[in-house]
Design a protein around this ligand. Structure first.
Ligand SMILES: [Zn+2]
Length: 71
């Protein structure tokens, strides 16, 4: 018996070129603030794998701090 993912959504990461299983999903507005390029710009919710979730968090977290530098 395998631990089939019956209860999880079989979603893939929506970042272009990434084929990992999605770990979390976010609103497109949140993700569009980052420089992650998506497979489709027509999504309401963007699925992110573990890797890209980390990237997403990193970018959204530093967003405010960096904005003063970039201004
Ligand atoms: Zn990914």
């Amino acid at each position: 018996m395998s631990l089939a993912k019956h209860n999880t959504v079989a979603a893939k990461c929506d970042v272009a070129g990434c084929d990992n299983d999605a770990e979390r999903s976010f609103n497109i507005k949140q993700v569009s603030k980052t420089n992650l390029s998506l497979k489709s710009s027509d999504l309401r919710n963007v699925h992110l794998c573990k890797e890209h979730y980390k990237e997403f968090k990193k970018q959204t977290k530093t967003d405010r701090e960096l904005s003063s530098i970039y201004d």
